[in-house]
Design a protein around this ligand. Structure first.
Ligand code: UD2
Ligand code: MN
Length: 533
């Protein structure tokens, strides 16, 4: 095992007054209410999408405290561990955030394990990030800067950084992070044991307003791992295996996906696995692409509960997105086409605009498809079954009818779930049929469910006289009676549990349950009228 002395950092953290702003990861609240300060605060938010005024008040060397479990604090790390290059990419990052990231790496990483820090400037235009930055980091011995001549986007910027790296492990960070003590050793140990492991730290939240660094925000505790949705979005969810039980101190949590910005990976394995998709632009999708590639092509992805790094989560990006929001769709479309097999339909169903080639093009996929073939990767069905079973999609053969549910009164109105966030308990409405799928896309399954699977898998069931979306129970358990429906020969959607029928309420533009009647058309539905897209 390494001794504490052997793990000393290159730079000791200078002694900071414990009552100084933000020390131990505490919040800093602006108390000065003068017009002048208010103006500065506003300008900072506008420019950086976080409280830049507060960011500047806090020492570049602050302590963030130590929120690891006791088990982690007493751990020793097995010799020898590989060294690492820390790669930090940035575009117009605030000085205080960027340099605090750099200093926190220098002061919390063992000198013998930290080969270098590589800063990749993705064509920043802020004046102090030029010569002033070059001069500043020259004093930091092992910090290099690579300057990209034009805006490359974060994927290509990371590739440029990796190209220069000398360490045997690549560790990526965003440019607004702060490392907790011994953040590096746990990740390096996992990789030393098996270089096909890709390891992420627990990401603590640095509050964009107060710069408090905490584990308390419910979404980002060490209990959470990464998941994905059919629209290829990333999210967090509580871990499934032994939730709440402490992780043995030489284990890590496996994770279906990674957030993307903070991870360590053997350099050799990074290239063996096809680094990144060089044709992805600006921002987005690369984290899901890499997660699928790692799992499907023989590696594993995990979160180490003993490694903690803070990250400033912002509500909006402070920088421009050349190409607009289409670049994310472009990137995700590449993920769907290369990795999702027949399940790519599930993605297109939720993001219809991605389907039209004329609208968003995926570009040339030959190289990535060849990579998947050469690496003999498993298929997406394997990933669903083994890595993320909650990503259930009804198999095609089990869908009896799919698409719009049109009511026969006017032949104009369709069942509509105006519920983009996939909340449960939201009432169904009726809306002019638009043929775009999304809110108006439903599947009647062989099991009798009416599934609405836009942002989440939801099932229709009655609640009083209304119909609401609720979490589907199948396939975890059998379909409960309240979620069972039957499409009759004459077009009624019958609910056997209540012995009532789905009825269009023309006055309230809603759908509910009423006694089944033969006459009239408010209970006659055309299911699967359009294809859903
Ligand atoms: C998250 C990830 C981020 C990335 C992204 C999806 C975390 C904590 N963050 O977004 O790393 O995976 O999802 O793509 O997991 N940047 C450039 N050039 C650009 C745009 C951004 O260099 O054109 C830099 C930026 O300065 C930052 C990093 O890339 O250091 C990530 O950007 P972000 O912080 O705006 O992304 P975030 O955290 O919302
Ligand atoms: Mn970030």
């Amino acid at each position: 095992f390494y001794t504490e002395d052997e793990l000393a950092p290159l730079f000791e953290r200078p002694k900071v007054d414990p009552s100084a702003p933000g020390e131990y990861g505490k919040a800093y609240k602006v108390t000065d209410n003068s017009a002048e300060v208010k103006k500065l605060v506003k300008e900072g938010w506008d420019k950086h999408a976080f409280n830049h005024y507060v960011c500047q008040k806090i020492s570049l060397h602050r302590s963030v405290g130590d929120k690891r479990d006791q088990e982690c604090k007493v751990r020793k790390w097995r010799k020898p561990l590989p060294d690492t290059s820390v790669i930090i990419i940035f575009h117009n990052e605030a000085w205080c955030a960027l340099l605090r990231t750099v200093h926190s790496v220098l002061e919390n990483s063992p000198k013998i394990l930290l080969k270098e820090i590589i800063l990749v400037d993705d064509a920043s235009t802020l004046s102090n990030l030029g010569k002033e930055l070059t001069d500043y980091v020259a004093k930091l011995q092992i910090v290099k800067i690579i300057r990209l001549p034009s805006r490359a986007g974060l994927i290509r910027a990371r590739l440029a950084g990796a190209q220069e790296a000398q360490g045997s492990v690549l560790t990526f960070l965003d440019s607004h992070c702060e490392c907790a003590p011994h953040w590096l050793e746990p990740m390096l140990e996992r990789i030393a044991e098996d270089n096909t492991r890709v390891v992420c730290p627990v990401i603590e939240v640095i509050d964009a307003d107060t710069f408090a660094m905490s584990l308390t925000t419910a979404r980002y505790t060490s209990e959470n791992t990464g998941i994905l949705s059919w629209s290829l979005g990333f999210n967090w969810a509580p871990r499934k295996i032994n939730p709440g039980q402490p992780i043995k101190n030489d284990e890590a949590l496996t994770s279906a996906t990674m957030a993307g910005g903070l991870f360590a990976m053997s350099r050799k394995y990074f290239y063996h696995l096809g680094s990144y998709d060089n044709d992805m632009l600006v921002w987005g999708g690369e984290n899901i692409e890499m997660s699928l590639r790692i799992w499907m092509c023989g590696g594993s992805l995990e979160i180490h509960p003993c490694s903690h790094v803070g990250h400033v989560f912002r509500k909006r990006a402070p920088y421009s997105h050349p190409g607009g929001s289409d670049v994310i769709t472009h990137n995700n479309k590449r993920v769907a086409e290369v990795w999702l097999d027949e399940y790519k339909e599930q993605y297109y169903k939720r993001v219809p605009r991605a389907r039209a080639v004329s609208y968003v093009e995926a570009g040339d996929l030959t190289a990535r498809i060849k990579l998947r073939h050469d690496l003999k990767c498993r298929n997406f069905q394997w990933y669903i079954t083994n890595i993320y079973p909650a990503l259930y999609a009804t198999p095609k053969e089990d869908i009896l009818k799919g698409g719009e549910v049109l009511n026969n009164i006017t032949s104009k109105y369709c069942l509509d779930s105006a519920n983009p966030d996939g909340k449960v308990g939201v009432k169904m409405t009726m809306y002019v049929c638009h043929g775009m799928g999304v809110n108006q896309d439903f599947d009647l399954t062989r099991n009798g469910e009416i599934r609405h699977s836009y942002s989440k898998e939801l099932c229709l069931q009655p609640s009083g006289n209304s119909i609401v979306t609720y979490d589907c129970v199948f396939p975890k358990k059998a379909v409960p009676p309240e979620q069972k429906w039957l499409l009759t020969q004459d077009g009624h959607i019958y609910h056997p549990d209540s012995n009532l029928c789905l009825t269009y309420n023309i006055h309230h533009l809603s759908a509910g349950l009423l006694k089944c009647v033969k006459q009239g058309t408010s209970q006659i539905w055309v299911f699967g009228h359009k294809d859903g897209y």
